[in-house]
Design a protein around this ligand. Structure first.
Ligand code: AMP
Length: 619
């Protein structure tokens, strides 16, 4: 795909809304001339400069014309965006003041993609497949090469794949559908009134209100608005996206989409072939339609009816999703309403297991796919199920200990526990990381992930570990096999089976149990004296980085644990993985200092990697 021209510019913040731009500028001090460049989430292909002046944030749309290039309010025109920025650094020329300093990005910042990006990509693939009968690599290549040209062909019809689009139904039917679902305010659907004419039907305080949409020369707006001053959109999807955040003339925001009943019919056809005369197959959209901006949508049938057919949809991942675009970035308990009912013991009736969906297995048993029904939403979960063993009580105690440990943690780069369910077996219910363990994923996707991409992942691990270090929690089993991937850009630390908390006065803890320990990941003081501390975790982190940058290779291949000890005592270390940047290898070597005091802390490591990534992004 042709790269967004702004993507390499340090001042570019991706698809930010006005409010978010304001927040970043305020966070960075809001000094006069502090600015950022962003893409408009409502006007496709339009850039906006947000700039601070006298503590206020001003927003300027950048116009683009093919032959004249970029300009703001017709002041000067520039063939490239960076030229426009350079120009306005010298002269205000139409802006409230000249641009002075680009807003710094907070550590761990990811460019938010276009809100409709993923849906658009899928729709474009469908469209090109149909039109040109292309498949596989050829199909993707064609879409990449013609991405922007395809935009006007695909965007106006994007709503046809959305859960809230009910096609051609009467006003009365719309009212019936909305009033039939247990929701009071903000439940909505979009319907076709006549060919090419649409309306939004919106439930508020047990009443349904209808808003007709006007389409004038491809620009869509609400008919209740004044033509000239109305907010115009390129597509119905963008309009819905906007009014789901902003009430403006509506009686309330578009909060919860009402799912079109035929969507369930389609999803019951396992091959995804629609029997409808509709030219657009809807099943490929089930990911976007069932997850509406991260929230589960309202179903007008009991959920049991759809559970069996939706497993794959629920677990489908966008492998390019940045952390904040996934449902497991924010804690489910960040919502005060969910927090109110929070208990570690879960209600078995709210948990559904997919007996055929094993995500992995370990000594304790298997990890199955599941769905947990919270008060407000359903969540895809991973469920560790304790298998029947000879000494069940000891195993139960271990799993409960792991659960209690996890219950104290709440961090985006650590797998969170949802709770424990003691029913047909003891079950530990967790957030799901569908792409599984990092080491196996890397082995299978060697050619497609760059070194910087891998460093981004280990940076996330260092962030999670820094959180543990600060709380005096020692993981004791940090390794690439225990880092799970939510997407190719999002890693979470898991497996707290060996973890312990250090007391206030303890610098390390001793463990002389005879359990099997991952010695090749351990610092010498842990192997030889059974001493464990965060500095021991730092050693394991070094090995994890090595595994990652070697694309899942095994450390000290062919050596047994006693040989590894001798190897390390003689001053030797694992070699630099091919292609690994020198500074990253130096960091690994610092993690493997025999004297634990010479090893960096996770806090230092996190800062170092964050700095490395910022510099890498700028070069
Ligand atoms: P564990 O013993 O905790 O390492 O789990 C064994 C295997 O189950 C892992 O290697 C993963 O393949 C899978 N697994 C564990 N937890 C999760 C999770 N939260 N999400 C997805 N898969 C998981």
């Amino acid at each position: 795909m042709e790269k967004n021209e702004a993507e390499n510019m340090p001042c570019y913040f991706g698809y930010l809304k006005r409010k978010e731009a304001k927040r970043f500028l305020r966070l960075a001090g809001a000094t006069d001339g502090l600015y950022l460049l962003r893409s408009s989430a409502t006007q496709l292909g339009t850039y906006v400069i947000s700039i601070t002046h006298h503590r206020k944030i001003h927003n300027y749309e950048i116009n683009y014309q093919k032959d004249q290039g970029y300009s703001i309010n017709d002041y000067g025109s520039h063939m490239a965006l960076n030229k426009l920025i350079e120009y306005h650094m010298l002269l205000a020329d139409g802006l409230c003041c000249p641009l002075r300093q680009a807003c710094p990005k907070p550590s761990g910042f990811y460019l938010p993609p276009a809100p409709l990006y993923e849906m658009y990509r899928r729709a474009t693939l469908e469209h090109v497949h149909k039109k040109h009968k292309l498949r596989g690599k050829d199909l993707h290549q064609y879409v990449d090469e013609h991405y922007d040209e395809l935009l006007p062909e695909v965007i106006p019809r994007l709503h046809e794949g959305m859960a809230w689009f009910h096609r051609r139904i009467s006003r009365e039917d719309a009212e019936h559908r909305l009033l039939n679902v247990k929701h009071t305010s903000g439940l909505f659907l979009v319907r076709e009134r006549d060919f090419g004419l649409y309306a939004i039907s919106l439930l508020h305080k047990h009443k349904v209100l209808h808003y007709a949409l006007v389409n004038e020369g491809g620009k869509i707006f609400l008919s209740c608005n004044d033509r000239r001053s109305s907010r115009k959109f390129d597509s119905i999807c963008q309009m819905v996206e906007f009014y789901s955040d902003n009430k403006e003339q509506l009686v309330t925001r578009l909060k919860v989409p009402c799912v079109a009943p035929e969507l369930r019919r389609y999803s019951e056809e396992p091959n995804g072939v629609s029997s409808s005369s509709h030219t657009w197959p809807r099943l490929p959209f089930s990911l976007s339609t069932l997850r509406y901006r991260g929230k589960m949508v309202a179903e007008s049938n009991p959920p049991q009816d759809i559970f069996p057919v939706l497993w794959d949809n629920l677990y489908m991942v966008n492998k390019d999703a940045r952390p904040s675009e996934t449902p497991v970035y924010n804690s489910i308990y960040a919502d005060p309403e969910e927090l109110r009912d929070r208990r570690l013991e879960l209600d078995r009736n709210r948990l559904r297991l997919d007996q055929n969906g094993e995500l992995g297995s370990g000594n304790f048993g298997s990890v199955l796919r599941g769905i947990y029904k919270f008060t407000k939403k359903d969540m895809a979960v991973a469920v560790k199920v304790l298998k029947a063993v000879e000494d069940p009580e000891a195993r139960r105690a271990e799993l409960l200990q792991e659960a209690e440990f996890m219950a104290q943690l709440d961090h985006p780069f650590i797998v969170r526990i949802v709770g424990i369910c003691d029913a047909e077996a003891l079950m530990l219910v967790m957030e799901v990381a569908s792409l599984g363990p990092l080491h196996t994923y890397l082995r299978e996707h060697k050619g497609t992930m760059s070194q910087n991409h891998l460093i981004e992942l280990v940076h996330q691990v260092s962030d999670g570990m820094s959180y543990l270090e600060e709380r005096r929690f020692v993981h004791r089993d940090l390794a690439a096999r225990n880092v799970l991937l939510v997407s190719e850009r999002y890693a979470k630390i898991s497996d707290f089976g060996l973890s312990k908390v250090l007391m206030e006065d303890q610098t390390y803890l001793r463990d002389k149990t005879q359990q099997k320990l991952p010695l090749k990941w351990y610092a010498l003081e842990s192997v030889l004296q059974q001493k464990f501390s965060s500095k021991g975790d730092v050693w394991s982190f070094g090995i994890t980085v090595w595994e990652t940058l070697s694309y899942g290779d095994k450390p000290y291949k062919g050596m047994r644990a006693p040989e590894v000890v001798k190897f390390l005592q003689s001053g030797q270390r694992l070699e630099k993985p091919t292609g690994c940047p020198e500074t990253i290898y130096q960091l690994m070597l610092r993690c493997w200092e025999i004297d634990m005091n010479k090893r960096p802390t996770f806090k230092e490591i996190e800062r170092h990697l964050s700095h490395y990534l910022t510099m890498a992004m700028q070069t």
